[in-house]
Design a protein around this ligand. Structure first.
Ligand SMILES: [Mn+2]
Length: 426
């Protein structure tokens, strides 16, 4: 199914007058305080978040998986689903593929399909956390860090193959996330594992085209529960630095121990010019991969404050690659992703409202109360009319979730794909 501009216009029609009242009220008050509304709308319109191919179907836990009907069963259908999200939200202009789950059969057909939805190919993701069919070596005891050289070589070769596939699609980056680590004390020599990982990453780096980047993701635990080889941002930063200027750290919000100050990590990496990629999700305890903004929206806003500051003040840092890395266990994945995209845009818009000049003055005057007021004044502003206007300007929906339901998207997908269609994913 494809959502047409006419579908969207028809549904927007009934909400237009309400929207106009809300938008005028908000923007009059913001403009009176010196905010540049067209510039904010442009930034919101330009902010595009990649959707990972594995988030379009039901996720699951190690206890089980409850499927959704009408899941995308092929790469073509995954691209169509991102097309639906992008048509409604105008925020999901890219897809992030996972190899080997998404190896195209017909590259031209896949590229044409993505172009028809105005979808770009974002970072390609390698997979050395599962054994592949007919593979000689096993990743049970690690991939790039494995003590067995032939397993490391197999994992390096896989990453090179992922780069080659990405090149044919027009991707410009590779994301490496390793499950490598140890489940028990004494199982692994930390120094040897790290050294092997660095050597392996350097070999992958050599295969990286000049206009590509490699993002090194970190995670403190899971699936290994005693240690992870790339456990934190410092380890990732060190490995990226050892590889070279095209290597960057990737921050995934769920890949931190509870109460980590992620906004400070973001600030440090951007100051060093090493924040390359960013994965959005939310969590209560660990890598819960819940809907963005569903549990800790204020923390997300504070992270966006650091991101906005970095984007405006750190020319040494490239524009980060944004992606949602979530898992949908009980909600319709497309509805969940619409909610995540809204939460991301909302936090971004609020961060754009922080008066950075006044904040700097208050910081220098040690006026702690005013510092907090300036942040919370922005946070407490209902920015949703700005988001709606940005979507409207791009041809999107004023209310993506309502439109998704009014258009009976899931029912149509079930009719097209069948009730028992299953997506590959996490
Ligand atoms: Mn991630």
């Amino acid at each position: 199914m494809k959502i047409t501009p006419q579908h969207i216009q028809d549904i927007n029609h009934s909400y237009l007058s309400d929207h106009k009242d809300g938008f005028d009220f908000l923007t009059n008050s913001l403009a009176a305080r010196g905010h540049d509304i067209p510039s904010i709308l442009k930034k919101l319109g330009d902010f595009q978040v990649a959707i990972p191919s594995w988030a379009l179907g039901a996720g699951g836990t190690r206890f089980g998986r409850f499927g959704f009907q009408g899941e995308p069963a092929s790469l073509e259908q995954k691209i169509d689903d991102v097309g639906i999200l992008h048509a409604l939200t105008q925020t999901a202009g890219a897809i992030s593929l996972h190899i080997p789950w998404d190896v195209p059969k017909d590259y031209n057909a896949i590229k044409e399909r993505a172009a028809a939805h105005r979808i770009l190919f974002d970072a390609v993701n390698s997979n050395t956390f599962q054994d592949q069919k007919n593979a000689k070596g096993s990743y049970k005891f690690g991939s790039l860090s494995n003590t067995n050289k032939s397993v490391r070589e197999q994992a390096i070769a896989h990453n090179k193959e992922v780069i080659a596939i990405g090149e044919r699609l027009g991707s410009k980056s590779l994301t490496v996330w390793l499950a490598d680590g140890a489940n028990f004390p004494g199982q692994s020599n930390f120094q040897t594992a790290l050294q092997h990982t660095q050597d392996s990453l350097q070999q992958i780096y050599k295969a990286l085209p000049n206009d590509w980047k490699v993002f090194i993701e970190y995670k403190p635990y899971e699936p290994n529960f005693y240690s992870t080889v790339i456990q934190d941002w410092g380890t990732s930063y060190m490995l990226a630095t050892a590889c070279g200027e095209k290597a960057y750290t990737l921050v995934d919000l769920g890949h931190h121990l509870p109460n980590s100050n992620i906004e400070q990590i973001v600030s440090t990496l951007m100051l060093q010019g090493k924040l390359g990629g960013f994965h959005f999700n939310d969590s209560k305890y660990g890598d819960d991969d819940l809907t963005v903004g569903s549990v800790k929206p204020y923390a997300l806003f504070l992270i966006f404050n650091a991101l906005v500051y970095g984007m405006e003040n750190n020319p040494q840092n490239p524009y980060p690659a944004w992606m949602i890395d979530a898992s949908h266990n009980i909600k319709d994945p497309l509805e969940d992703l619409i909610q995540s995209l809204e939460a991301i845009q909302e936090a971004y818009a609020k961060a754009l409202l922080i008066d950075q000049g006044l904040l700097r003055q208050a910081q220098e005057a040690h006026d702690v109360t005013l510092c907090q007021e300036l942040l919370q004044d922005a946070y407490r502003t209902d920015v949703r009319p700005l988001l709606r206007q940005a979507r409207l300007d791009g041809g999107g929906s004023l209310h993506p979730l309502k439109a998704y339901r009014e258009l009976n998207v899931r029912r149509q997908l079930i009719q097209e794909r069948g009730a028992d269609s299953v997506a590959t994913g996490l």
